[in-house]
Design a protein around this ligand. Structure first.
Ligand SMILES: [Zn+2]
Length: 256
C-alpha cells in the first residue's frame, strides 16, 4: 500500500490523512488490522482477527462515522454525542483482542467541541486503546489533537492498496478457505468496474510473480496459480462485456 506499516511508529493515536476518502479509510483499516491480527503485525488476512475486522464484525474495532437521518440522508457531521460515547466506551476493556481500535472517519468534520471531547481520551487513554482519525489533512484538526497523534499521510495510488487486496485473496485461495473468500468478496462488493479492474490487474501481476518464482504464497501451487489466472481473465472478460462487477467478483469465488 501507499504506506509501509513497518515504518509507522507505535502509538495509541494516529491521523491518517489523505484527500482521497477511499484511500484514507482503507489505510486506516489496514492500520487497525495491524493491531487486531492474531499473527502480530503480519496482516495475515486469514486469522479470526483479520477476518472479522475485514467483515466489519470485530467486537474490538469500532467505527465512528456520520449517521444517516430518518430520510436515509447522510448527516453533515459527526455529533459530539458520538464522540462522548466513544470516550465512555474506550474505558471498557477489549473483548477478544489485546487492543481496542477506534476509527473515526471524516474527522475533519468534527467541530471544536467534539475535538475537545476526543482530546480527553487522547491525552490519557487506557493502554489497550488505539485511535485512528481519518481526515482530509492533519491540519484540519486542532493542534492539540495533532500533537497527540502520529500523522500517517496515505499517499500513493489506490492501485497499491489493490496489491495488498490481491495478495490477501491469493492467501485465502491457496488454503481453499471458502468462508474467508466469501467475506473478502463481501468487502469488495462496493467496487465499481474501474476499481475491480485495478484489482484484477494486481491479481494478475501477483500470479505472474508466483509463476516465475518472484513471489511465494504458502500453499499456492503452480497449477493452482494457472487456474486462478484463467479465472482472472474470465472475470476481466465479464467486466469488458459490461456484465457488472458483481458477476465478475462471483467468478473469483470459484475454488477448486
Ligand atoms: Zn491476521
Amino acid at each position: 500500500m501507499g504506506v509501509d506499516l513497518k515504518t509507522i511508529p507505535a502509538s495509541h493515536a494516529y491521523i491518517v490523512a489523505s484527500e482521497d476518502e477511499i484511500l484514507r479509510n482503507e489505510t486506516a483499516l489496514l492500520l487497525a488490522r495491524s493491531f487486531l491480527c492474531e499473527k502480530g503485525r503480519a496482516l495475515c488476512g486469514i486469522c479470526p482477527g483479520c477476518r472479522r475486522a475485514l467483515a466489519g464484525t470485530h467486537p474490538d474495532l469500532v467505527t465512528i462515522e456520520r449517521k444517516t437521518d430518518d430520510k436515509g440522508k447522510v448527516k453533515r457531521d459527526i455529533s459530539i454525542e458520538q464522540i462522548r460515547q466513544m470516550v465512555t466506551d474506550a474505558w471498557a476493556r477489549p473483548q477478544e483482542a489485546d487492543r481496542k481500535v477506534y476509527i473515526v472517519k471524516d474527522a475533519q468534520l468534527l467541530n471544536t467541541a467534539a475535538q475537545n471531547a476526543a482530546l480527553k481520551i487522547l491525552e490519557e487513554p487506557p493502554a489497550f486503546d488505539v485511535f485512528i482519525l481519518c481526515a482530509e489533512s492533519a491540519e484540519a484538526l486542532l493542534a492539540t489533537i495533532r500533537s497527540r497523534c502520529v500523522v500517517v499521510r496515505a499517499g500513493g495510488e489506490r492501485a497499491v492498496l489493490q496489491d495488498e487486496a490481491a495478495e490477501e485473496y491469493l492467501k485465502l485461495a491457496a488454503v481453499g478457505d471458502r468462508a474467508g473468500i466469501c467475506l473478502f468478496m463481501g468487502k469488495c462488493e462496493g467496487f465499481d468496474s474501474e476499481r475491480l479492474g485495478t484489482f484484477l490487474e494486481s491479481l494478475r501481476a501477483a500470479l505472474s510473480d508466483v509463476l516465475c518464482g518472484r513471489k511465494k504464497i504458502p500453499g499456492l501451487s503452480g497449477s493452482e496459480a494457472v487456474r486462478l489466472l484463467a479465472l482472472c481473465d474470465r472475470a476481466g472478460e465479464y467486466l469488458r462485456l459490461n456484465v457488472g462487477p458483481k458477476h465478475a467478483l462471483g467468478m473469483l469465488c470459484a475454488l477448486k
